[in-house]
Write a protein that binds this ligand. Structure first.
Ligand SMILES: Nc1ncnc2c1ncn2[C@@H]1O[C@H](COP(=O)(O)OP(=O)(O)OP(=O)(O)O)[C@@H](O)[C@H]1O
Length: 759
């Protein structure tokens, strides 16, 4: 080679190290590139610490600082210089960065990962030499597809922290999810992003080309905009950085060829030309670095912006987390509430269905009831009309009934009048079981009204007696009362009625009037009849008030049998009306108003207990006084404004007694005298005397209205069937016969009541 190319004469073949004449020396790379010295302020600012510097905590190890390479160094195949590595730790530490940051960082060649997976060389970046540029250009030219697609996968890896020694054990760096999402390249497990398949590279390439369209616009902004705009800016930066090798294109390729061409050491011209090429390449590299530096400045600002945005997002994230927690709690509560409401709703729906069924049934019943109601209303209207008709009819019938009742009273009174105002019933009592040894008279009951008595003196004399009715010994109490009750009806119709029993002691007067518990007499039956009749008369519109008095005449003295106080009151028989001298009343007597049969029976028992009794020859329990039970009936017809007052005097006379057998002469005399006065009055009435001696005895005076006045009188003449009573029996029968023949004046109906007397 030396033979072919002649050496210049002024040049000597260097024996040892290259020596230049005088102060001449080979130009250094720095000189050729016209770069500032290492201690230049501008360059120092632009130069970033190498990975070694970072590993030493920021202390610059000047021993490891690379010197500027000479052309010789550049020609060495294993030449490398520390490449500028951006400090990405603060960015990746936060975990998330915005898309603009990602794009901007990815666009920088300085942060691109090396295809070489050697851990030692991954973090030791070297400066690009002209050879590197040429090699890259060659690579780009050799496979345009691969060169263009590096933006995809390398973009992703460019955002990752550069793998350290600890993470270079063959594991694939993890690509942040947000970055992967933004670049639309899903990381594949076990596959380095730098070694992505061509299909994915094509996809990312298209994404990169799309971003490139807005790159220049994004770069014009000093402060990148977050979001898509930032991504566009980053993409534009990448495009700018990657476009330099492309623009150098063919020239660079020729330069590389020129640089790679081995030049003899003595060919200074060629070497100079080569150096010029290298200088040119370095100048281009310098310009590129300046551009990258400018982009990194914007990247720092972008990083600060992203950091602030990240902090804000973190705060928002924390707030949203708290809010999310609150919402979750509220959601749980709402779920529980919703569950409870659902359960309650189901129950309510079940109850609602039940109520609907009930409603349906009830509605049907309601319809039926409405039909029935309508029918009932029609029926009611019909019945109301019928009721009105019946009411009118009833009123007419009531009027007719009232009139008929009046007519009945009149007719009944006429019958009573026809029968006589003084009627006499004769009753012969049967012998008691204890009286079987007593001889009886010969009786012959001719008919219901006549009786024949045979004389006991042997003369066979027969004595006939006629009365209104004759009752033989077997006559019951009910048969007796059936003949008495018409008189009680007259009392209810407003007439005065007097019923008394006359006869010798032991003849059966008290039995006839009071009776015994097993066989009630006239007085208790009269009471029952009165109350039954009063209830019946209510249908005719009559309301009755019943008053009762119990009086005893003993030894011509009046006693109130209802007075249980023990104090003797002066009871006087007084004239009720001066015009009607036959009407009398008893002063100071207790008059009880009774409203029930029970109360009246209770009062009767009280009166019976207070009555004086004693044993006589003819009766072990002889009534030694005259007992007068008076029942006053006051009827009122409110509609007709009518009032009727009737009375019933029920008199149980003391028994007459022969003075021969009497042990209490005064008592017997008074009894016999009063009975004699009674006979005299009746005889006076029979003989129609002007003077009737009513006042000769208390008994006749008290019975004056009943004997000769406005009264219907019934006298029982009781006789004993025994022969030893023959004389007294004949005496009583004769007296009764005289009474029976007595014709009293026509009885008038009572019209009003004054005090306790009947007018
Ligand atoms: N019809 C009769 N049937 C059955 N026993 C009768 C009848 N009449 C009276 N007696 C009985 O005869 C007895 C005497 O009767 P009661 O006391 O009535 O006579 P009385 O006339 O009242 O006597 P007194 O005047 O002394 O009071 C009583 O034991 C009574 O029970």
């Amino acid at each position: 080679m030396d033979s072919k190319i002649p050496k210049p004469s002024f040049l000597k073949k260097p024996i040892g190290p290259l020596s230049l004449p005088g102060n001449a020396r080979l130009p250094l790379t720095r000189d050729l590139m016209n770069l500032p010295s290492a201690n230049s302020t501008m360059f120092a600012k632009m130069r970033l610490p190498s990975p070694d510097k970072r590993s030493n905590g920021g202390v610059v190890n000047r021993a490891k600082l690379r010197r500027s390479r000479s052309a010789i160094d550049l020609n060495k195949p294993d030449f490398h210089r520390p490449k500028f590595v951006t400090t990405l730790a603060p960015i990746t530490k936060g975990g998330t960065i915005n898309a603009a940051t990602v794009a901007l960082m990815a666009s920088s060649d300085l942060v691109k990962p090396q295809a070489d997976t050697n851990g030692a060389r991954m973090h030791l970046r070297r400066s690009r030499s002209a050879c590197d540029i040429a090699m890259k250009s060659n690579v780009s030219l050799a496979s345009s597809t691969n060169s263009s697609s590096t933006s995809g996968a390398s973009l992703l890896t460019g955002f990752k922290r550069q793998p350290t020694a600890g993470c270079t054990n063959g594991k694939v760096p993890v690509v942040p999810a947000k970055v992967a999402k933004m670049t639309t390249i899903p990381p594949r497990p076990g596959t380095n992003a730098a070694h992505s398949k061509p299909s994915s590279q094509k996809a990312t390439s298209s994404a990169s080309s799309t971003v490139t369209a807005t790159s220049k616009k994004a770069l014009s902004h000093t402060k990148p905009i977050a979001g898509v705009k930032n991504a566009s800016a980053a993409a534009s930066i990448k495009t700018t950085s990657s476009s330099a090798p492309k623009t150098s294109g063919v020239g660079a390729k020729a330069a590389v060829k020129t640089m790679n061409k081995r030049i003899p050491s003595y060919d200074y011209k060629a070497r100079f030309a080569q150096l010029q090429e290298k200088h040119k390449a370095l100048v281009e590299k310098h310009e590129k670095l300046l551009e990258e530096h400018a982009s990194r400045e914007s990247l720092q600002e972008l990083y600060d912006e992203c950091s602030r945005e990240l902090s804000s997002l973190k705060r928002q994230h924390a707030l949203l987390q708290a809010e999310l927690q609150t919402f979750r709690l509220e959601n749980e509560e709402l779920k529980q509430t919703n569950l409870a409401c659902s359960t309650a709703l189901q129950q309510t729906e079940a109850e609602l269905n039940k109520y609907r069924e009930k409603f349906t049934v009830t509605n049907q019943e309601n319809v039926e009831l409405r039909k029935q109601l309508k029918e009932l209303e029609e029926r009611s209207a019909f019945l109301e009309e019928e009721n009105l008709t019946l009411h009118d009819t009833n009123e007419r019938n009531a009027e007719l009934l009232f009139q008929a009742n009046i007519e009945r009273k009149d007719l009944h009174n006429m019958v009573m009048d026809l029968r006589g105002n003084i009627r006499v019933f004769c009753r012969v009592r049967p012998p008691l079981p204890s009286e079987t040894n007593r001889l009886e008279c010969l009786w012959k009951y001719l008919d219901e009204q006549s009786i024949e008595l045979m004389a006991t003196d042997g003369s066979n004399k027969r004595m006939d007696f006629s009365f209104d009715h004759v009752f033989h010994p077997r006559t019951t109490q009910q048969d007796i009362f059936d003949n008495v009750s018409p008189l009680i009806q007259s009392a209810l119709d407003g007439y005065n009625v007097c019923i008394f029993a006359y006869g010798q002691t032991g003849s059966g007067k008290t039995y006839t009037m009071d009776g015994v518990p097993d066989s009630l007499g006239v007085i208790p039956r009269t009471v029952d009849l009165i109350f039954n009749a009063v209830n019946d008369y209510k249908r005719f519109g009559w309301e009755y008030e019943i008053r009762v008095t119990f009086l005893e005449i003993y030894n011509e003295i009046l006693y109130d049998l209802l007075d249980t106080s023990g104090t003797t009151k002066d009871l006087e028989i007084r004239m009720a009306n001066a015009k009607n001298k036959t009407e009398v009343y008893v002063s100071n007597i207790i008059e009880e108003t009774v409203d029930s049969t029970g109360r009246l029976h209770q009062l009767m028992n009280i009166a019976k207990m207070n009555r004086a009794t004693a044993a006589t020859a003819g009766n072990e329990r002889s009534s030694r006084s005259h007992a007068v039970t008076k029942v006053t009936l006051i009827g009122t017809h409110r509609e007709k404004c009518e009032t009727c007052v009737g009375s019933v005097n029920l008199v149980d006379l003391a028994g007459s007694e022969s003075p021969k057998t009497s042990t209490r002469m005064d008592e017997t005399k008074n009894i016999n005298r009063s009975l004699s006065e009674l006979s005299n009055v009746i005889l006076a009435l029979v003989q129609r005397n002007e003077h009737i001696p009513y006042r000769n005895s208390k008994l006749t005076h008290l019975l004056m209205p009943s004997l000769g006045g406005n009264s219907k009188t019934l006298m029982f003449v009781n006789v004993a069937p025994f022969q030893d009573c023959f004389m007294e029996t004949v005496k009583s029968l004769r007296f009764a016969s005289q009474v029976n023949s007595c014709k009293m004046q026509k009885v008038k109906k009572n019209k009003a009541l004054m005090g306790s007397a009947v007018i």
